[in-house]
Design a protein around this ligand. Structure first.
Ligand SMILES: Nc1ncnc2c1ncn2[C@@H]1O[C@H](COP(=O)(O)OP(=O)(O)OP(=O)(O)O)[C@@H](O)[C@H]1O
Length: 607
């Protein structure tokens, strides 16, 4: 674009120079043309007497004319004339001829000048036409120039933008270059790392190869060990079965129905009260008599004599700890884990220590049979897991009050019925009863607390309710052996029976509650006796309690009656009644065979 503008300007200048040159040529031509007008002067000179023609001035004038740019030829001719010999002064003819020649020359020069002038005119015209053309062109160039200028402006703006973009791009390029540099550096670092990693990898490869070889060896050893393990497992399983059979045989030898007697200590509030005289003859025999030694008369009015001796499977003195009681119970829990049904009854008069035995008090030392049972189950489960057994534990807590079932885990009162799970009546269940799945001893402890709370609420509604109802904690143990595809289901029933004391006279007749208690306790005794005597008919359905516990009382079930007695003298008669009830059960089981007695060193005599 600059070049175009420059071209236009140059053209303009050239045009002006041409015009100027044409003008000067024209003026020169005009001057020359004007000379002929001066010719008369020359002619005037020529009019001077021809005899003395002055050759010099002519030559000078001719020289003046010849100095113009107009013609070279003229110059040539002048030289020719100069070279021609001058006629002598006296040669008028010569001089005339000479003048005539000169005139002819001048004329010739004039002619040439005229034609030159015409030529120049034509040139002037041409130049004028050119000037117009150039003017038009100049205008066009002007317009174009304007357009180009505006374009130039736009282009300058664009150029600025482009410049900015270029700067931006340059900046970005710089940044890119920097990041590229960084990336290159990083790449270098990575390359270095890679090469070191490659070295490590190579080392690892060799280690892996080594390990693979060792693994292969280990796999082979493992396979051998697995085969041995499988053989051992089936051996263990067989041995476990044998152990179960033996354990059961021991339990059966001990008796599927067993009776323990526990005498509780005096409580701090009873310290001033008189106590029965009790002698723990051996670990199975207890001797009781009244503290003052007076005769003892039974409820039926029959004289019993001063000293009363009773034998059981085990007798626990007041010093016996909860832990000691549980040691005996633990064997039955084991049976439940092995798929047997177990029933533990705490029997005794109100305040004899049934609830203490079953539920206990908070604390490791004083916690009762229920909590210990659950803890023991979870401990044993780990051992059973090693043998391939997995267990699920379900728990429910209920109360039988006045021959009605109450769910102790559900605060809402609902109707509960005892129903058969199948037509053969192999198992029973209680409708609408809440059953909790237990995953830890803590969870069962929570259930126990809920049951105690709900029992306490019921107790406020009915005076001495806790003593007048049977409380049953039911724990179901469902074991599965995946590989052997075996299932074992054991039920543990831990029962805190209603107080066994008999109310006298009108009181006993008046209350339906007492009737029901007496009925159910008597029926429990009858059921146990019928089972011991292997009678065809066992009167399970005569009471809710025996009906509910039916699957856990007969067959291969294990039953433990935990007789609780008070050490107080004032409870002597009830103590005797309880001892007789339990003794009946025990005697029936063992017949009249005498036990080998070992007198315990720690037998105590209460005064
Ligand atoms: N072995 C024991 N050692 C210490 N205290 C005991 C023992 N047995 C019972 N007691 C205490 O004797 C009192 C009566 O016991 P508990 O309430 O267990 O009798 P119970 O037979 O369950 O009575 P109820 O039939 O009214 O429920 C409680 O204060 C209890 O803490």
């Amino acid at each position: 674009m600059n070049i175009n503008v420059k071209g236009i300007n140059e053209s303009k200048t050239l045009l002006k120079q041409n015009i100027r040159r044409s003008k000067s040529t024209l003026s020169t031509a005009t001057k020359i043309l004007k000379r002929p007008a001066a010719a008369p002067i020359m002619h005037g000179e020529a009019k001077k007497p021809l005899i003395r023609p002055s050759a010099k001035p002519v030559a000078q004038r001719t020289g003046t004319i010849l100095t113009t740019k107009s013609s070279q030829n003229t110059t040539g001719r002048k030289v020719q004339n100069d070279n021609a010999p001058k006629p002598s002064k006296w040669d008028i003819k010569g001089r005339l001829a000479h003048t005539h020649d000169m005139l002819s020359n001048v004329r010739q020069q004039l002619k040439e000048s005229v034609s030159k002038c015409n030529e120049l005119h034509e040139q002037v015209n041409t130049l004028k036409a050119n000037e117009a053309i150039y003017k038009t062109k100049a205008e066009e160039y002007e317009t174009k120039n304007k357009v180009l200028n505006s374009e130039l402006k736009e282009m300058k703006v664009e150029m600025n933008k482009a410049q900015e973009q270029r700067e931006d791009l340059a900046k970005r390029l710089k940044e890119s270059e920097e990041s590229f540099q960084n990336a290159t550096n990083m790449l270098e670092t990575f390359k270095e790392k890679c090469s070191s990693q490659e070295i490590i990898l190579q080392r690892h490869d060799s280690v892996i190869k080594d390990l693979e070889t060792r693994l292969q060896n280990q796999i082979e050893i493992n396979e051998e060990l697995n085969a041995t393990k499988n053989a051992l497992q089936s051996l263990v399983h067989t041995m476990d079965k044998d152990r179960r059979v033996l354990h059961n045989a021991i339990q059966e030898l001990k008796g599927n129905i067993r009776v323990f007697c526990r005498v509780r200590p005096r409580t701090p509030t009873e310290l001033g009260k008189a106590m029965c005289a009790m002698n723990f003859v051996d670990e199975c025999t207890i001797e009781v008599r009244k503290s003052d030694g007076s005769d003892v008369v039974s409820c039926s009015g029959k004289w019993r004599g001063i000293r009363q001796e009773f034998s059981f499977d085990k007798v626990f003195p007041p010093t016996a700890k909860q832990e000691t009681i549980f040691e005996e119970l633990a064997m039955l829990v084991q049976s439940a884990l092995e798929g047997y049904n177990v029933c533990v009854f705490a029997y005794g008069q109100t305040g004899s220590g049934k609830t203490y035995t079953m539920e206990g008090l908070p604390g490791i030392e004083t916690e009762g049979m229920i909590s210990r049972t659950v803890r023991h189950i979870f401990q044993e489960m780990k051992q059973f897991q090693l043998l391939g057994w997995e267990y699920r534990i379900e728990a429910s807590f209920l109360e039988i009050y006045n021959e009605h079932i109450v769910d102790l885990l559900d605060s809402q009162s609902k109707m509960h019925e005892i129903r058969m799970t199948d037509s053969k009546g192999h198992d029973l269940y209680v409708s609408n009863l809440k059953i909790e799945e237990i995953h830890s001893p803590e969870e069962l402890h929570e259930c126990l607390i809920t049951a105690q709370r709900n029992r306490a609420v019921a107790a406020t509604q009915s005076n001495e309710r806790s003593s007048r109802s049977h409380s049953v904690a039911r724990i179901k143990l469902i074991g599965t052996h995946q590989t052997k595809e075996e299932v074992s289901i054991g039920n543990l029933n831990l029962v805190d029976l209603a107080g066994s004391e008999r109310l006298k006279g009108e009181e006993s007749i008046r209350t339906a509650e007492t009737k029901n208690i007496n009925k159910s306790l008597a029926n429990l005794g009858n059921v146990i006796l019928a089972l011991l005597k292997k009678q065809e008919h066992v009167p399970y359905r005569n009471s809710k309690l025996t009906h509910l516990l039916m699957p856990s009382l007969g067959g291969n079930s294990k039953t433990l009656m935990l007789l609780n007695i008070s050490p107080l003298d004032e409870c002597y008669n009830e103590t005797l009644n309880s001892l007789r009830f339990a003794s009946n059960v025990n005697n029936c089981k063992t017949g009249n065979a005498k036990r080998t007695r070992t007198v315990l060193q720690n037998s105590i005599q209460f005064n």
